[in-house]
Structure formats: C-alpha cells, structure tokens
Design a protein around this ligand. Structure first.
Ligand code: TNX
Length: 514
C-alpha cells in the first residue's frame, strides 16, 4: 500500500516536471518577431545521427555550419558533422543553402522550412543564414542553450518561417572608456546581441577618463591615458591585436564594429597624455570623476589635425567596416565658431583614410559630407538639421534607448538624467514616428548605448542590458505593424528560461510574467 502510494506520487511528479514540447509551430516565443510563421503537420527531431549540409564548397558556409554545430553541441551532446550537400538529406538533417531566387529576403532575411525529415534554411546571403540559425535556436527548448549535457527530445514542430529586417542597422554601443571591459566580456556581449539578430557594435574607445585603443604613433595615449578609469581603478586598453581579434570575432557573427574616438570634447585622457594637444602646451591631470563637457582638443593647432590623421589612419587600417565615429557631443568648452570648422576638417580626414563619418547629433551644426551619418541622442533640432542636409540618422533617443538609464527609482545602477526606462517604455516607440520630420526614409537604424559611468563589470552590464536589449532588437528588426507591448511581453516572459540557460543576470521587471 505504502509502496503503491510512493509509486503514484512518483508518477505524478514525473508528469508535472516534464514540460511537453509544443506540437504545433507557433513560434510564439521568438524575439524579434518574424515576418510570418505558418504551421504544418509533423515534428522534426534532432538526433545524434543528424548532419548539417551546406550548399557548395565555401569557407564561409562551412564556418556558419560549424557555428550551428558548436551551438548545439554542449547541451545535446551531439557532434553534428558539417558536410557539403550531395544527394538527398537523411532524416534529421539541417540544410543551409544560399539561393538568390527570393529577392524579398534581401541581404539579411531567410526562410526556414521545417518538415519531419529536415530543417531547410535558405537565404540570399550568409548573413541571412546566420540570422536563420538564431531563430532555429529559439525554436528548440530553452535548455538547448545550456553549457552542460541535457536530456532531449530536441524537437521542432513543422512549418515555414519567412523573415527579414525592417532596418539594416541594429546596434548597441558599449562605453569601455569610463570603465574598461576585457576582450572576453566584449565577446560575450557580441554573442548575446547576435542571438537577437543585432548586427552593429559601436565601441566608445576614448573619453575624459580613459583611452582604450593602442595607437602605435602615439604610445602615451594608452600608457598614460589608458592607466585609469572612473573611480580610480587601473583601467586598461586593447592592443591592436586584441582589437583585431574583437573585429574578427564580431565579423564571424555578422556584426560590424564601429570604433569611436570622441572629439573635440571628451578628450581629457589624450590631453593628459600629450601636452602639445593643449592650447597652453600643458598636460592636464588624469580624471576619474563623471562630469562631462570640460575638455577640448586645441582646435587651432596644426598638431591636433596631425594627431587625428594618425589615430584615424591606424584605426581605419584595423577596421573593415565603412564607418569611423568621431563623437562630437557635449563640446561645451569649444566655441561654436571653432567647433564647426573642426568637424568639417575631421570629416575630410576621415574621408582621406577611406571611411565615412558617424557623429552624435551635434555634428549636424557643421556642413555634413553627403555620406556622413548623424546619431540622434538628445536634440531633435540637431538631427533634423542633419536630415535637411540629406544625412541619414541612427536613432538612439536617450529617453527611450539608453541602456544606462535606471529602470525606476529603486534601480541601484545607472543614471536618470533622461528619465527612467522601464521595459515597456524601452519597447514602446517607433523610430519612424518619434521625431516629427524624421521618417523611415531618413533612418539607417537604431542603436542602444550603454554608458559605463556606474557600470563596472559584466554582471552589472547584463542587469542593465537585459531584458531591454531584445526589445531594441525587435524595434530594429520587426515591422511596427506586428509589434505591440501586450504580445511582446508574453514572448519576453518566455525568454526567461533562455536567460537562465545562458546565465544572464537580468532585471526581473514586475511588468513581465517570467
Ligand atoms: C551623455 S550620450 C553623453 C555621455 C554620457 C551619457 C550618460 C552622449 C553623446 N554623451 O558622455 O556618458 O550622457 O548617460
């Protein structure tokens, strides 16, 4: 009797702990929301016999196939082989194919056809395949993301998903100047953003408190300027090899790195390293506080432009992407009559090293080159001045998209000068209607910056970035026609298990049922 009672409770327990996999493809948890999902009959099962077939001999496709294999390996324990496609796939295979027939998919879109036999992923370009893999990851149970061996089954209900982005530019910015972040931290951030199909990482590499990139012609920038950070810690910098390693790691995940050297303001670390960059030829003291707007390069000196040419020359050589970010914000101690010609000259220097300029919205006060971009953060008037000059805008409105703004008055980390950004506020805006006079045709995309005055390590970074980042990813990827908070918050709540599997320290907002 006692034994059968035990048996009974054992069975009951088993029933409650086994979450049955879904039998119909709803894609209900996917972030960013795909363009269309159509369910079909049947279920695909990944097994230890599954292979990954790629269409044609290509190092890039091989690398994407291996990326998928490596993502699935730790939790499933399967070592999926990546093979060049020949003949028919067997049951349980993935097929990754480039096909240029479906032009609607563009450079980053994809289509996934899931049948009981195979998962067939097609795209026009490798980036599309990479994005499709991010969707496939979310179609499996969340424990697929665990770093230790888990029990299957590893199933996906059949159906077809078609998907492509609203904007080509979907970014984050990380301020490694106020507090320095090691290469491995940056790589983890890259992996996390890639899983939500974001494709740009802007690195804020210099500010008053620190210079974080080795420049061979100006070595004191890092030996002196990189030696501290906010609060007086030891700071740090990336050697050119380390920076290139980040660029390569990002590129393998179809993410472009945009390096920023902020100028003429936010330059105390450089001014402390080289006296000649100051109008009075005296080096400033290193600075470890959090004030802004007190420093300026000497705009009237020839050496200043030689310095900028050298710095951007070396950075351009290390950066395959087309952009160099010149900052340009909060130059409160640079007179406007000096600021405007300065920005004009810097645009010419950037062009001379073969790159295009991005700058914070203040740069629109100058005469923009036809291929310069304005990053809207604070003043709509500035951004509109940029649009009137024909420039495209990157939308980073501080009151909606700043990852360093507190969630609410009880958040310990972060700042609140642009207000609080709860998860719903971060999600519920449309870049194309936020600022009258800036429409979709004027917008390159969106970027969510994390300034690090108060953010000292990865745990703190993740708490501010999650769970807001998937929302910014969705704003950049999904059409406003399919976006609304009620639907989104249900999908976000379901990401909970994925955050846990990936060991993300997120803020469990009360607005979301986790
Ligand atoms: C304004 S946003 C700044 C940064 C600060 C940030 C803090 C921008 C272009 N400039 O220097 O770190 O506020 O939120």
């Amino acid at each position: 009797m006692f034994r059968s009672f035990l048996m009974f409770s054992f069975i009951a327990l088993q029933i409650t702990v086994i979450a049955l996999p879904p039998t119909e493809l709803s894609g209900s948890g996917i972030i960013p929301k795909p363009v269309s999902i159509i369910a079909a009959d049947g279920i695909f099962a990944l097994t230890e016999k599954s292979n990954i077939f790629i269409s044609g001999e290509s190092a890039e496709l091989m690398q994407i196939g291996k990326y998928l294999s490596q993502k699935l390996q730790p939790s499933t324990g399967f070592g999926l082989a990546v093979k060049t496609f020949e003949g028919k796939p067997a049951s349980g295979d993935f097929i990754l194919a480039i096909s240029s027939e479906d032009t609607q998919l563009g450079n980053e879109g994809y289509q996934i056809t899931i049948t009981p036999k195979a998962v067939n992923l097609i795209a026009n370009k490798p980036a599309g395949l990479f994005n499709g893999i991010q969707t496939i990851r979310q179609l499996f149970p969340a424990k697929i993301e665990m770093s230790t061996l888990q029990q299957g089954p590893w199933e996906i209900p059949a159906g077809i998903i078609r998907d492509y982005p609203e904007y080509p530019f979907r970014g984050v910015m990380l301020d490694v100047a106020r507090h320095f972040f090691q290469v491995d931290d940056v790589k983890r951030y890259i992996d996390l953003m890639a899983s939500y199909k974001m494709n740009v990482m802007h690195l804020h590499l210099s500010d008053d408190q620190g210079w974080r990139i080795e420049i061979k012609k100006w070595p004191k920038l890092t030996s002196i300027g990189g030696s501290t950070q906010v609060g007086g810690g030891k700071g740090g910098f990336y050697s050119q090899e380390q920076y290139s390693d980040i660029v390569k790691y990002a590129a393998e995940r179809f993410i472009m790195i945009i390096p920023e050297i902020d100028m003429p303001g936010h330059t105390n670390a450089a001014l402390a390293s080289y006296p000649e960059l100051n109008c009075n030829d005296k080096a400033t003291e290193l600075y470890t506080g959090t004030k802004v707007g007190f420093s300026s390069l000497c705009t009237s000196k020839e050496i200043t432009y030689q310095f900028i040419t050298d710095v951007f020359g070396e950075l351009a050589a290390l950066t395959p992407g087309p952009y160099l970010h010149i900052g340009g914000d909060e130059s409160h101690v640079t007179k406007l009559e000096d600021y405007i010609p300065f920005v004009n000259k810097v645009q010419t220097i950037v062009a001379s090293v073969g790159k295009q300029v991005i700058g914070w919205d203040e740069i629109a006060l100058s005469t923009l080159k036809p291929n310069s971009f304005v990053q809207f953060w604070a003043k709509a008037d500035n951004a509109i001045k940029g649009v009137k000059q024909g420039a495209k805008v990157i939308m980073s409105p501080a009151a909606n998209a700043y990852l360093d703004m507190k969630y609410n008055s009880t958040t310990n980390l972060g700042l609140n000068w642009a207000g609080y950004i709860e998860v719903d506020k971060g999600y519920s805006w449309d870049p194309a209607t936020l600022v009258p006079g800036i429409g979709k045709e004027n917008i390159l995309g969106i970027e969510a910056p994390l300034w690090s005055e108060t953010i000292t390590n990865m745990e703190e970074l993740e708490y501010m970035v999650f769970p807001r980042l998937p929302g910014y990813a969705e704003i950049g990827w999904s059409s406003p026609a399919v976006r609304n908070w009620q639907d989104y918050k249900t999908r976000l709540g379901k990401q909970n298990e994925r955050f846990k599997a990936l060991q993300i320290d997120y803020y469990p907002s009360k607005l979301v049922q986790w």
